[in-house]
Design a protein around this ligand. Structure first.
Ligand code: SF4
Ligand code: SF4
Length: 421
């Protein structure tokens, strides 16, 4: 065994010559994130999340074998942004509705999104309509969440050496398919192993989903956060002048974000002392009569009325904040973007379990706002200044963001507050 020295971000490291860079970095206390690389598997280089620079050349870190004198860059601003962009592409390329996903809290990809601070994606969501294959004996595969990392293909074999998963089709139609005959040979433990190695919620074991309660899931943990005290703010208000004004609205959302606002509980007394709440479902003030400092928008745009209200908020508020996933990218209502509007309305009004038998009418009156072809993120319609992620964002988070913006204090968002479940 030959020991070599090399550098990662300027730091001297040692490793065995020819060792995989991800493992070598780990031994030297440096974390290079990856979604496809998995312990003993041959490097796949398929997800590109581990993108690094090797002597100035951009390359997937998992396919690099370390050698004497190498100069590796991992955490430069350029590479951090590239890594984030790659993850964002994965999110928009599939359908990742975390709050309704069985793997939420145990999902490597979701966790990496938290780690890299993704609050919204810079690319438009594709809202693809792929198969959820529940035909196999023990496993169900949701193609909408698959990132084609190929871990399952490499790792999951039957005792007699046959592969259970394989890639079929080509280009952007590529998908992971299951060999039903081989899958039926897997034991319960082997099926669970397949679910575990999948870095997303694509592979699920029937009857084993949601098996862990909140708090016990792989990525449940909390960090402390420095708060801004009421006294600090009061000092600010006395030196900076009068009460601020806030307006809120709910577009295509479930009112969960407003419920979260009410969860501020006793903090609401502070809110009322520091700000006036103007147009809002909380005050039932229906029209803007004064200009507001901040507009909080829950929900995205699914109909013409939502667009009109959103534009009115943009016109009347200095700062506009999208609150929660539906406002940021469409959220759960955007699940309908995967099917044509006509099919969606038929399903809702004519063929649902609660439709009258023989129902033929889809509501359509001039007084009813017209439904848009898709559900849109608010920043697709007007300029949005800030995004508060979460589904819903927690109460203190919303209030902390608002008060720090209003009173021009710096605010660091804690990891634990980015939750989509
Ligand atoms: S928990 Fe993971 S797999 Fe599930 S929707 Fe979120 S990112 Fe996708
Ligand atoms: S099913 Fe899971 S493990 Fe298999 S390729 Fe897709 S994301 Fe990777």
């Amino acid at each position: 065994m030959e020991t070599i020295t090399f550098k990662i971000d300027g730091r001297n490291c040692t490793a065995e010559k020819g060792q995989n860079l991800i493992e070598a970095a780990k031994q030297n206390g440096i974390f290079i994130p990856t979604l496809c690389h998995f312990k003993h598997l041959n490097p796949l280089g398929s997800c590109r999340v581990c993108t690094v620079k090797n002597n100035g050349h951009t390359i997937a870190g998992c396919i690099v074998k370390v050698a004497e004198g190498m100069n590796i860059e991992v955490n430069t601003p350029e590479l951090l942004d590239a890594r984030k962009a790659i993850l964002e592409m994965m999110f928009v390329e599939g359908n990742h509705f975390c709050p309704s996903c069985e793997k939420s809290g145990d999902c490597d990809m979701q966790n990496l999104a938290y780690e890299t601070g993704i609050r919204y994606t810079r690319f438009p969501h594709l809202f693809v309509d792929r198969i959820v294959d529940a035909h196999p004996k023990r496993i169900a595969v949701n193609q909408n969440r698959c990132i084609k990392c190929q871990r399952c293909i490499e790792e999951v074999n039957t005792n007699d050496g046959y592969k259970v998963f394989q890639l079929t089709e080509k280009g952007n139609k590529t998908q992971v398919s299951i060999d039903y005959e081989q899958e039926a040979k897997l034991s319960a433990a082997e099926a669970e192993h397949a679910m575990h190695i999948c870095p997303t919620g694509s592979i699920l074991v029937k009857g084993k989903t949601f098996s862990k309660p909140f708090g016990d899931r792989a990525f449940d943990y909390k960090l402390g956060r420095k708060d801004i005290s009421l006294n600090d703010i009061k000092k600010h208000t006395t030196t900076k002048g009068s009460k601020k004004r806030i307006a809120t609205t709910s577009l295509a959302g479930c009112f969960g974000c407003h419920m979260s606002l009410l969860d501020i509980d006793l903090g609401l007394l502070d809110v009322i002392e520091l700000v006036d709440i103007h147009k809002s479902p909380l005050t039932d003030i229906k029209k803007f009569t004064e200009r507001c400092d901040i507009g909080l928008i829950e929900g995205g745009c699914c109909n013409t009325d939502n667009v009109e209200v959103l534009r009115e908020f943009r016109k009347n508020c200095d700062i506009l904040i999208s609150v929660g996933e539906c406002a940021i990218w469409g959220g759960l209502p955007a699940m309908r973007n995967t099917v044509p509007l006509e099919a969606c309305l038929s399903e809702a009004y004519l063929n649902s379990m609660t439709s009258e038998e023989g129902e033929t009418i889809i509501p359509n009156h001039e007084d009813i706002p017209k439904i848009l072809n898709n559900v849109y993120a608010n920043h697709d319609v007007v300029k949005i200044d800030y995004h508060i992620p979460g589904c819903p964002p927690n109460a203190n988070h919303i209030w902390n963001v608002v008060k720090h913006i209003l009173f021009e204090e710096e605010y660091t968002i804690a990891y634990s507050e980015f939750k989509y479940d």
